[in-house]
Every structure is written in structure tokens, then in C-alpha cells.
Ligand binder design. Structure first.
Ligand code: MN
Length: 277
């Protein structure tokens, strides 16, 4: 670890019990995926939980600026204490780092989300946004999601996630790095392994279903799924998940298109600004 870690913890040793971890999610502090992840992360270090009071799925990286952010100290399931926050996942991480925690965490873990966050879904995901906020705050950050299925075994998923997280910590993650981990549905024989992947750009197949409320007024319900990739993009998160592999995707927050930036600098641009003074 470098630079901005204030408490001086070394987290490249996966067995260092002093790792300070912030655990959050977007499914809310009562979500079973968060509790399962907490039970596993305990073996890695000191875990603080700061998570939304209510379900915040698909709020992406939104933050609360026009309303007060209420917090409450809670004891969940007789297992862990934490802060519930009436706000977004990004609010939780900001608040935790700036105020609620004594010390900036070394590692922010977001999840385990009920449902995969791959491809373009990453843009809408509160789970990934919470981890991204952790990275922006100068922590190493990992988002963990489990593909949706009829019965979500978060305990088993958390054990797989923990194996992957230990591996990531052991092999090198730095402050500000963000990794998106997706676990395929836990059918027999899956996961078949780990693939390091790129984010798929497979288009969404979207539609709005129009329904009528009891008064006959129309309302809409969005449904969407990622289309199967037909091209040779076999290194993507989508492909890995469909093949039964855990997808580990390094994500960067800087949205600059470097190739086009170079190209656009070669264009001619009008001279704008105070002239002749
Ligand atoms: Mn969610």
C-alpha cells in the first residue's frame, strides 16, 4: 500500500489481522449478502459496517445534497454493530470515511449484491458505486455481486469472494484501485474458476412494460437483460459469468477517452477569449 493510508496498515499480507475494512452495500444494512460477507471479512481484519437503511439498488453514484442524512447505530442479527444511513451507497462511504470511522479504511468492500453487476449494468450499480467512492477516497476497493437465481447461497458466495479478495490483496492492490468481482449462480460444479475480465459492452435488450393501475392509469415497468455476446469478446465479464467463472474486472473511474483526446487535440479550434488587450 502506498501514500494515503493514514493508519499505516500493510494490507498486502492477507493474514494481517490489522486490516481496517469498511463493509457497505446497496441492498441495505439488513441484507443477507452483507451479513455473509461480514462473517468472512472478520478473519481478515477489523470490519466496520456503514450501509444504507433501505434498498438502494440501481442508484449508481448518486449523493444526497438537498436533504439531511440521518444515521443510526444498529445491531444486526445479534451479530454485528454498524451504522445505517438514510442515503445512497456513495453517501455511506463518504460519511464513513469523513466522520463515522476513527480512521480511513484500508479496504472498502461493497456487497454481496443480490444480482450480478457486469457489462453496462456497472454504470447503474449502487454496489459498484460504493466501491468506486471508496477508491475515490483513497482506499483499495472491491465490489462483490452474486448472479441472481432462485436461491441465493450468500454464505457459499462469501467464501468464494473471500478467497478472491485474499488473492487480490496478496498479489497487489493499491489505494485508489477498484476491482469488480462477480460470482456466477452457484449451480453444481460452479464456479469453475476465476477469469480476469474486461467489462462487456454487450447492448442491453430493454423494454418498458405498460400496465394499468386500479384506476386505469398507465404506469411502466422497465425490464432489461444483457444480450448474449456474438462477437469474439471472450475476455469479458459477461462471457466469464455465462461460462460459470468468477469474473474479476479491474475498473477505472476516470472516464477520459485517451485515444480520442489525442485525436481531438490535433483538430483546429477557434480562438476564443480576450484578444487585443
Ligand atoms: Mn442491489
Amino acid at each position: 500500500m502506498t501514500g494515503s493510508i493514514q493508519c499505516g496498515t500493510i494490507i498486502d499480507d492477507p493474514y494481517n489481522a490489522a486490516v481496517r475494512i469498511l463493509l457497505t452495500n446497496d441492498d441495505g444494512i439488513l441484507a443477507p449478502g452483507l451479513a455473509a460477507m461480514w462473517r468472512e471479512l472478520r478473519s481478515l481484519g477489523e470490519v466496520e459496517v456503514v450501509a444504507p437503511e433501505s434498498v438502494q439498488s440501481a442508484v449508481a453514484h448518486s449523493i444526497t445534497i438537498h436533504y439531511p442524512i440521518m444515521t443510526r447505530r444498529v445491531h444486526v442479527g445479534g451479530e454485528f454493530h454498524g451504522f445505517s444511513v438514510e442515503g445512497s451507497p456513495a453517501d455511506c462511504v463518504k460519511l464513513a470515511v469523513h466522520d463515522l470511522l476513527d480512521c480511513k479504511p484500508d479496504l472498502v468492500v461493497s456487497g454481496i449484491n443480490a444480482g450480478e453487476n457486469i457489462g453496462t449494468h456497472v454504470l447503474y450499480s449502487g454496489t459498484v458505486a460504493a466501491a468506486a467512492e471508496g477508491a475515490l477516497q483513497g482506499c483499495a476497493a472491491v465490489a462483490v455481486s452474486l448472479e441472481y437465481s432462485d436461491e441465493l447461497d450468500f454464505d457459499l458466495a462469501a467464501r468464494h469472494a473471500m478467497t478472491v479478495i485474499r488473492s487480490i490483496l496478496h498479489q497487489g492492490i493499491e489505494a485508489g484501485d477498484l476491482v469488480n468481482v462477480n460470482i456466477p449462480a452457484l449451480r453444481p460444479g460452479w464456479p469453475r474458476g476465476v477469469r480476469v475480465t474486461a467489462q462487456s459492452m454487450s447492448p442491453l435488450e430493454e423494454s418498458f412494460e405498460r400496465r394499468a393501475d386500479p384506476q386505469g392509469r398507465p404506469y411502466y415497468w422497465l425490464s432489461g437483460k444483457l444480450t448474449e455476446e456474438v462477437d469474439a469478446a471472450f475476455d469479458t465479464d459477461l462471457r466469464a459469468m455465462r461460462d460459470g467463472y468468477i469474473a474479476v474486472t479491474p475498473i477505472r473511474i476516470n472516464l477520459t477517452d485517451r485515444a480520442r483526446l489525442t485525436h481531438m487535440r490535433s483538430w483546429s479550434w477557434p480562438e476564443i477569449g480576450a484578444q487585443g488587450h
